[in-house]
Design a protein around this ligand. Structure first.
Ligand SMILES: CCCCCCCC/C=C\CCCCCCCCCCCC(=O)SCCNC(=O)CCNC(=O)[C@H](O)C(C)(C)COP(=O)(O)OP(=O)(O)OC[C@H]1O[C@@H](n2cnc3c(N)ncnc32)[C@H](O)[C@@H]1OP(=O)(O)O
Ligand SMILES: Cc1cc2nc3c(=O)[nH]c(=O)nc-3n(C[C@H](O)[C@H](O)[C@H](O)COP(=O)(O)OP(=O)(O)OC[C@H]3O[C@@H](n4cnc5c(N)ncnc54)[C@H](O)[C@@H]3O)c2cc1C
Length: 572
């Protein structure tokens, strides 16, 4: 029942109820508070929004303006929107759907501000869905995509809520207004870490959807002549079509496996945190931020490559690809804009590099930073060996992290403040962080295909896909690998020829690889990607249902075209 309510459609949607509001209660509420709200949320007896972003602030959470001021005389918090820019703006479901919201607000008690904390606020009546007293609500208007969901705005005019509505698992305010510190001030941000982790799977699913559509259509579509007089070939026989689609297909598998790792890491580290061990939080934040940024960016670009590979029909909403692109584009901005998130990963890498320089042995996803030798040992490498490919990506990342960190140290030695040095090196830092995440995805892909429990024939196909993904990355970023001589021009040429061989190797299994995602036609919502391949009949049926075809002569003829034609003819 609850799953069926995933999206109610028709201008309202409860996606954020499931992926943000309910998890916030799970992660930030006390046991007492969970008894009050969690089952209501899980049974959709209330519908919630995650109201953090404001018109004036999204990235800079510490700059949010909504206030929650504690009144000890009534043991209540007063929630207020002091300025226009403090209006909550963007939260999914906030405008028309939700009747509750977790509101991120600056907590004031005894005249002191303790920063952003989460508060449960009822925003609409459970009887007639009218806004509660002091609450102004609305939708922010049409967006690039996902217009089936309302993204709303909310203003609070000194709305009073009980003290117990502050989500107090980590930080607390006692009845007399005393503030009790959390183990880490960033625990209030834990829902964002969780959600970023889920975006990695959303990216994988989106890219899996797009490659399913494009590969299937590329087997149905026949076009041009490969050889004079021969029948028109499937467009998937063109090497350029394989070069467009197969790296995206490989990335979908790579991101799918990366999301497995992310989910496992999140469970293990939050489990330790439940026992008071916060040591894994920094790595979890850096990994989730970097993976979210990297996978959503590659996915959005990859979906558009798939769209273009399907020609004109790819540009039609019949293909499902424009909607997928719009959704994936949203993932690049929501839950932490990609640039900002990759800078968070860079911040962690610079810290780890400094620790490694000071002699500390690094562990986890950054262990390679201390293991990789600065001076490359050039030589004819076996560019089809997965171990060689993983080592190349780790060397590239370690070199770029070292270069960015040393550049920053150099700026500070010239007298620049740390913040100014950071800003003037931030392009280098972003590239280094991207290289780090890329090397993690490659290593994780290689380790997964070598250890996953599958039939050896399947392992062989997955290994080819992993080689293809890695070789594509090396040839697309060849300069990074050539820069210090770690790879030679001959290595890059070998990588290119192996990549061509992998395209041909993957071709026979391409349809099986997309069918393996097991995406039902109802989920794909694509005429081009239909499982039965009956594209043309259904394209015609789809077009006939266009609103413009409701009448043979559209009303616009009589309103605009007919008078225009008449007046032009009268001048002849
Ligand atoms: C099956 C087929 C299906 C197909 C699927 C298709 C999918 C795609 C298609 C359609 C989908 C459409 C869907 C559309 C989108 C729907 C979902 C939308 C959900 C969006 C919800 C939101 O957006 S909620 C709001 C999100 N907002 C943010 O994320 C804000 C980002 N900003 C921040 O997090 C912070 O401000 C900051 C990290 C950028 C900076 O914070 P701050 O200034 O305080 O930190 P510093 O940089 O100074 O660092 C201090 C210190 O803190 C550490 N730290 C920072 N953040 C965290 C954290 N979260 N956890 C732990 N630690 C943190 C930081 O590392 C520093 O540590 P040091 O030790 O000091 O270095
Ligand atoms: C589809 C969709 C759904 C959303 N759902 C929700 C929701 O349910 N709940 C919610 O609270 N929010 C939601 N959001 C809001 C989203 O979280 C914010 O849009 C996002 O955090 C970015 O903040 P911003 O839009 O204010 O951009 P800004 O923070 O203004 O950033 C604008 C640009 O400035 C640059 N920039 C900003 N800071 C830095 C920096 N420190 N260093 C370098 N460059 C920087 C970045 O390049 C960025 O692109 C949603 C957004 C979208 C698009």
């Amino acid at each position: 029942m609850a799953a069926a309510l995933q999206t109610l459609g028709g201008g309202i949607g409860i996606t954020l109820h499931w992926i943000a509001f309910t998890p916030t209660i799970e992660q930030q509420a006390t046991e007492e508070q969970k008894k009050k709200w969690l089952k209501l949320a899980q049974d959709v007896a209330i519908v919630g929004a995650y109201a953090q972003t404001e018109m004036g602030h999204g990235t800079f959470v510490r700059g949010l303006e909504t206030t929650a001021t504690y009144d000890p005389s009534t043991q209540e918090f007063v929630i207020n929107s002091p300025t226009l820019t403090s209006t909550k703006w963007w939260p999914g479901g906030l405008g028309k759907t939700a009747n509750h919201a977790t509101v991120m607000a600056q907590l004031y008690t005894r005249g002191k501000c303790y920063g952003p904390h989460n508060f449960m606020v009822q925003i609409r009546s459970l009887e007639n869905h009218q806004p509660c007293p002091g609450v102004t609500l609305g939708d922010i208007g049409p967006k690039m995509e996902s217009n089936g969901n309302d993204n709303g705005f909310a203003r609070f005019d000194h709305v009073r809520i009980p003290r117990e509505n502050m989500l107090m698992k980590f930080a607390r305010v006692e009845a007399d207004g005393t503030y009790v510190q959390p183990p880490s001030s960033k625990l209030a941000y834990s829902n964002m870490v969780y959600l970023r982790g889920t975006f990695v799977m959303s990216a994988a699913q989106a890219l899996a959807s797009a490659t399913t559509i494009a590969v299937r259509y590329s087997c149905v579509r026949r076009q041009s002549e490969m050889k004079p007089g021969e029948p028109e070939p499937q467009i998937l026989e063109y090497q350029t079509q394989q070069y467009k689609l197969f790296p995206q297909l490989a990335a979908a598998y790579a991101f799918w496996f990366a999301s497995w790792f992310m989910t496992q890491q999140h469970g293990s580290i939050t489990g330790s945190m439940e026992k008071g061990d916060m040591s894994g939080l920094a790595e979890l934040h850096a990994l989730s931020a970097g993976l979210k940024s990297y996978t959503t960016a590659v996915t959005a670009r990859g979906i558009d490559v798939c769209r273009m590979a399907c020609g004109g029909h790819g540009y039609s909403h019949a293909s499902g690809l424009p909607a997928l692109f719009g959704g994936a584009a949203a993932l690049c901005t929501a839950e932490g804009e990609n640039t900002v998130m990759m800078l968070q990963t860079a911040r962690y890498l610079v810290k780890c590099f400094a620790q490694s320089q000071a002699g500390k042995r690094l562990t986890g996803t950054v262990a390679y930073l201390s293991a990789v030798q600065p001076s490359p040992v050039a030589g004819n490498r076996n560019m089809s060996d997965l171990g060689t490919l993983v080592a190349a990506f780790q060397h590239r990342a370690a070199r770029m992290v070292r270069h960015a960190a040393m550049q920053m140290q150099g700026e500070m030695q010239k007298g620049k403040a740390r913040e100014d040095a950071w800003n003037s090196c931030s392009v280098l830092l972003i590239k280094a962080a991207e290289a780090h995440v890329h090397s993690f995805v490659v290593r994780n892909f290689a380790e997964t295909v070598q250890t996953v429990e599958v039939d050896e024939s399947v392992r062989a196909v997955l290994t080819s896909l992993c080689q293809l993904y890695s070789l594509y990355g090396i040839t697309e970023h060849a300069g990074d690998f050539l820069k210090d001589g770690y790879l030679t021009g001959r290595d890059i040429d070998a990588a290119s020829s192996h990549l061509s061989a992998m395209l041909a190797r993957v071709r026979p299994d391409a349809v099986a690889l997309v069918d393996a995602f097991d995406l039902h036609d109802k989920i794909l919502r694509s005429v081009l990607g239909r499982y039965d391949g009956r594209v043309y009949e259904h394209l015609y049926e789809w077009a006939k249902k266009s609103p413009l075809n409701k009448s043979e002569v559209h009303e616009s003829y009589y309103k605009y075209l007919q008078p225009f034609l008449k007046s032009n003819r009268a001048k002849l």
